[in-house]
Design a protein around this ligand. Structure first.
Ligand code: NAG
Ligand code: NAG
Ligand code: NAG
Ligand code: NAG
Length: 392
């Protein structure tokens, strides 16, 4: 078998040396840079930048670093103040930008990045909370509410900052895991192991369950943010604190639930709960598929998940590669099969969650195209033999 393969390769090479394919990570980074990425601290920008970080790490392309630093420097002034930052506006989404700032702090040591990151971190000190201590998703619009998305946007940064500057601040580490505990206790379905989009501790939202405040539906992209957040936080959370084991339990039990929920094609439904899994208007949604796949692959590599998940992870990657990544006429990469936005700002029903975003709305691609495909590519390149062994 081996010899045959080598011979076949040798024949191909002798006949017509094919140009090396552009790695997805490079293609993706080039596509974003060509289209232009807005310079602000919005979370959609922040997650694109996280993808660019992966591209820099993998390819070492100097022009990506230069471009990226300029992006962040357009928002962080030389004195460390943040353009358009409003100290009395509380939205957990805005905290995610702190991760980009810390990326540059770790690489340059420049004081302005620490100053900016500290401004973002200190917001947690005054941030409005529910009676049980959960940070509001946003104030005043989502008073009393916690959403799974917010866990990714806020608590990955909270953890990263504390790991760098307050590693012995037990209060902070416990505060972080408390956010996970709260949302777990109100949104996890004990039967399916999946979590609904969020909950309202005030019980006043139209969609809130009268007893728990839980939202009605399991929205896959929110679960995707959460599955990624657990992993990002587990990577830095102190192993000797009791919160670590709880986080690990949340992560591994969600992995088991997702494996069960995966469609045979490798994708995952936009709305993952009954009765909608058999509703014709529901569809397999690409951004959630990539979030899950990223977290599965990385979790396996870090040894946090057993290798029994390799099939699940690779099936996800196959559908991403074969169905969701498309080439535009101008040569840039496009991303298909995704939902534009899912919010609990209305009645939270299935009907308001289903609008399907077609690939030709290129501009909105940035809403959902986060780091996953580039990181997958990075994994593929760096651990080719590892992935090959998983295939067997
Ligand atoms: C800052 O946020 C507060 C609270 O939402 C708001 O009242 C105020 O208008 C905002 N300021 C600016 C300059 O946007
Ligand atoms: C430790 O974390 C808590 C909770 O975030 C915060 O109130 C406190 O100021 C932090 N302590 C230090 C020394 O930063
Ligand atoms: C949990 O999921 C099961 C199976 O879909 C469903 O029957 C049950 O009602 C759900 N529980 C809650 C609290 O929503
Ligand atoms: C929720 O809102 C949507 C869109 O406005 C509407 O079509 C649907 O009937 C509403 N459902 C409920 C249960 O109120």
């Amino acid at each position: 078998m081996k010899t045959t393969t080598i011979l076949a390769l040798a024949t191909v090479a002798a006949a017509a040396p094919a140009p090396a394919p552009v790695p997805y990570v490079q293609w993706l980074a080039d596509s974003f840079i060509k289209r232009g990425v807005v310079r602000d601290f919005h979370y959609t920008t922040a997650v694109i930048h996280k993808g660019i970080e992966a591209a820099i790490e993998l390819t070492g392309t100097k022009s990506y670093s230069t471009w990226y630093k300029n992006q962040v420097d357009a928002v962080v002034r030389p004195d460390g103040s943040i353009v358009n930052w409003n100290a009395s506006w509380y939205s957990i989404d805005d905290q995610r930008f702190g991760n980009n700032v810390l990326y540059w702090y770790e690489r340059t040591g420049e004081a302005k990045y620490k100053t900016a990151a500290t401004t973002i971190r200190r917001k947690f000190d005054t941030y409005p909370r529910t009676p049980l201590g959960g940070f509001y998703h946003r104030n005043p619009i989502y008073t009393g509410q916690m959403w799974l998305d917010g866990i990714y946007m806020g608590h990955t940064f909270y953890s990263k900052y504390v790991s760098l500057f307050e590693p012995n601040n037990k209060t902070a580490w416990e505060d972080i895991v408390h956010q996970f505990d709260l949302i777990e206790s109100r949104t996890r379905n004990k039967t399916t192991g999946l979590l609904v989009h969020g909950y309202d501790e005030d019980l006043s939202a139209v969609w809130a369950d009268p007893k728990t405040g839980a939202a009605p539906n399991v929205w896959s992209r929110a679960v995707g943010w959460y599955f990624m957040a657990l992993l990002e936080v587990l990577e830095i959370y102190p192993k000797d604190l009791p919160g670590y084991a709880r986080l690990l339990g949340y992560y591994t039990s969600l992995a088991a639930a997702l494996q069960k929920a995966q469609h045979p094609s490798g994708g995952y439904y936009l709305i993952m709960n009954e009765p909608y899994t058999s509703d014709k208007r529901n569809y397999l949604e690409s951004s959630a598929t990539s979030q899950f796949t990223w977290s599965f692959l990385r979790g396996i590599r870090l040894g946090l998940l057993p290798s029994k998940y390799k099939t699940t992870a690779l099936k996800g990657w196959e559908i991403i590669k074969n169905k969701y990544i498309k080439k535009n006429a101008d040569g840039t990469l496009n991303w298909e099969g995704t939902v534009e936005v899912g919010s609990l700002n209305s009645n939270g029903t299935f009907e308001v969650s289903i609008p399907y975003l077609r690939g030709y709305y290129v501009l909105t691609v940035h809403v959902v195209l986060h780091l996953s495909p580039s990181c997958l590519q990075r994994l593929q390149r760096r651990w080719t033999s590892y992935l090959d062994s998983l295939r067997d």
